[in-house]
Design a protein around this ligand. Structure first.
Ligand code: ADP
Length: 328
């Protein structure tokens, strides 16, 4: 048996002993305290602290460049945090600074980029990946069968990667991340660019995984995605935490209950009543209020098609907090 394989097998055994015996954080999957990351003069992550309970789904939201990916990469040791600033990270009891390899061993990672091997089939891609975990070939074949079935890709087993659609590739990337039966799954924008059908399938799969006991961490730009699957989330901006909480709580706490979107107001300020907050957005005007009757009365002055009256959502909170201007 080659040295690398021996090393991986002995690590698997050590991990088994360690995680069953000496886990320090009983119910927490992740604890991060005062984390910083700078690139030269740029502060990518600024004093971030958070905790993620086991078997939950935790989201990082924020505009481009907010520091979401950097924060996630620091959790599995792909990027080093600034050690000179102090701070602590524990991922199932391991510090990524010292134990990046151990963390990778029980973590599945789905990055933004499609790094599948185009020259190989679906099965061959998974088989090669299983070698990183020193899975014996028979066991690997069994796991591959299971993960392909779980992601509804069994009939694509012998397809070449170039024959797959974008949605199939993304499902395959998730299947690949599950090959080591991870207890932590990290996904960077798992459904960006996918059509709504695939997005809903992926959400269902993530909910299933959570029920099976997997802790899930994700970044997303889709507020609906965060609302649907995250138990708790952080909204980040310019490297820092702007707010944190369960999605429904954030909506309840940080935004009025109803929104009236008015079109064709000609950019004119509308003299709204007390208790109604107004925002302008190009040719649209948004009126926010907790009192439904008040906002309904305003909407009655407009003809159908010139307004939408709806409940506020996480996107309203997000835009209120991070601003409506482009972050470029
Ligand atoms: P997000 O995932 O929220 O879009 P990132 O974590 O990718 O944000 O990036 C946060 C900031 O750090 C950005 O300004 C980005 O340009 C910068 N950044 C990320 N990675 C590097 C790197 N390897 N070197 C220099 N700057 C980086």
């Amino acid at each position: 048996m080659c040295m690398a394989k021996k090393f991986l097998i002995s690590m698997r055994l050590q991990m088994k002993n360690k995680t069953s015996g000496g886990e320090r954080m009983k119910e927490l999957a992740i604890k991060a305290k005062n984390i910083h990351k700078t690139y030269g003069n740029l502060t990518a992550v600024n004093d971030l602290s958070f905790e993620v309970p086991r078997r939950s789904c935790f989201g990082f939201l924020g505009p481009n460049g907010a520091g979401k990916t950097t924060m996630m990469k620091m959790l599995f040791g792909k990027t080093e945090r600034d050690h000179f600033r102090g701070g602590e990270v524990s991922v199932f009891g391991y510090d990524p600074k010292k134990s990046g390899l151990e963390i990778k061993f029980f973590t599945g990672i789905v990055s933004q980029e499609d790094n599948l091997d185009q020259e190989l089939s679906v099965f061959q891609n998974l088989m090669i990946y299983s070698k990183f975990y020193a899975l014996p070939a028979k066991q690997a074949r069994h796991f591959i069968k299971n993960v392909l079935a779980f992601m509804e890709l069994s009939d694509k087993k012998d397809f070449q990667i170039r024959q797959l659609s974008g949605g199939m590739k993304r499902r395959l990337l998730i299947a690949r991340a599950l090959i080591n039966n991870p207890k932590l799954l990290i996904l960077d924008e798992p459904t960006t660019g996918l059509d709504p059908q695939v997005r809903h399938v992926i959400w269902d799969k993530l909910r299933d995984l959570k029920k099976q006991g997997v802790t899930i961490l994700l970044t997303t730009h889709y507020m609906e995605e965060a609302f649907q699957i995250c138990d708790d989330l952080i909204i980040m901006n310019k490297g820092g935490k702007v707010m944190q909480g369960p999605p429904a709580f954030l909506i309840d706490k940080h935004i009025e209950t109803y929104v009236l979107e008015l079109y064709h107001t000609g950019g004119k300020a509308f003299n709204a009543a007390d208790g109604v907050r107004t925002e302008f957005m190009n040719s649209r005007m948004l009126l926010y209020a907790d009192d439904f009757e008040k906002i309904k009365q305003i909407s009655d002055q407009f003809k159908a098609g010139d307004f939408i009256l709806r409940q506020s959502n996480l996107e309203d909170v997000f835009l209120k907090i991070t601003g409506r201007k482009l972050h470029e």
